[in-house]
Design a protein around this ligand. Structure first.
Ligand code: PMP
Length: 285
């Protein structure tokens, strides 16, 4: 159970970073979370592509190439020596003057954190989790676009706090026009009359790597999948709900706003997709 932190190519046990880094001062950074299976990084190419896209969207110039990331990530994983790891890749705007103008930040910092992974308890997958439709809205796409994965997650933090206050483990947010978007760190799917429905990218969501794969696996296995726009209240008529994400995989939701979803247990289509996703990962590893 070791933590190793790679800072611009040097591996440390702990890291103190300047308070003048705009990543700290303004959440001015981009990041990715990558999981491992049999000590190998899952979907690293997809995560690196998204990291570079996010950085480009907010004009952070990442000072190294993808090969550098692959090499440094492997070195850091090796130094940590964990069986499986939680890997967080962060690129900050870098150190600058203490005002919001990023032009004084000349050198982005690249941080690779490798930590022991804490998996979701088995009981979450067996029983499903509880979620709440919260009043905090997901940012509209013409503000901080949810499809850009930055270190500025305060909107989602507030949504999570609201959900916790309501006795739920996670929050589902709608956009300012009332359409369903996603969870605080996961994408949303629901099932109605055997069809799998998920908010489309234009609702203002992160294009999740797990989401894309689940859509692909579902289609390959004969399910009808629809990406579209649904109002928040439509979720209450769902037969099944699940969330997808790198760490959650395919997480069944059994209660919405304190009321059971379907039978109040993980639904058959959700469990089928969880199995298909896990089989895909195992085969790939
Ligand atoms: N939405 C948000 C807001 C997230 O933070 C995440 C986690 N990165 C996801 C969706 C799921 O994305 P992925 O499947 O790529 O982990």
């Amino acid at each position: 159970m070791t933590t190793k932190i790679n800072f611009n190519g040097e591996i440390h046990d702990e890291l103190n970073i300047s308070v003048m880094d705009h990543g700290f001062l303004f959440g001015d950074s981009v990041y990715e979370v990558v999981s491992t299976l049999n000590s190998k990084l899952c979907f690293l190419d997809e995560h690196l592509d998204r990291l570079y896209n996010s950085a480009e969207a907010i004009s952070i110039k990442i000072p190294c190439d993808k090969e550098w990331f692959r090499e440094q990530l492997n070195n850091t994983l090796l130094a940590a020596g964990n069986k499986e790891s939680y890997v967080r890749i962060i690129v900050t705007r870098g150190v600058g003057e203490i005002n919001i103008d990023p032009s004084s930040c000349e050198h982005p910092n690249v941080i690779l954190m490798v930590m022991d992974v804490t998996e979701y308890p088995k009981s979450c997958y067996e029983k499903g989790i509880q979620v709440a439709l919260v009043s905090i809205k997901r940012n509209p796409r013409d503000s901080l676009n949810p499809n850009v994965k930055t270190g500025n997650y305060l909107n989602n933090v507030l949504a999570k706090m609201e959900a916790n206050k309501l006795g739920a483990q996670d929050a589902i947010m709608v956009n300012p026009w009332g359409f369903l978007t996603e969870g605080t760190t996961s994408n949303l799917f629901f099932v109605r009359e055997g069809h799998i429905l998920t908010p489309s990218l234009d609702c203002g969501i992160l294009s999740g790597i797990t989401r894309l794969l689940v859509i692909e696996l579902a289609k390959e296995n004969g399910f009808h999948v629809e990406e579209g726009k649904w109002l928040g209240e439509e979720l209450s008529t769902a037969d099944e709900i699940f969330l997808t994400g790198t760490l959650k995989k395919v997480m069944p939701v059994s209660y919405l706003d304190g009321r059971p979803v379907g039978s109040g247990k993980p639904g058959p289509i959700t469990l089928n997709l969880l199995r298909l996703y896990e089989d895909f990962l195992t085969k790939k590893a």
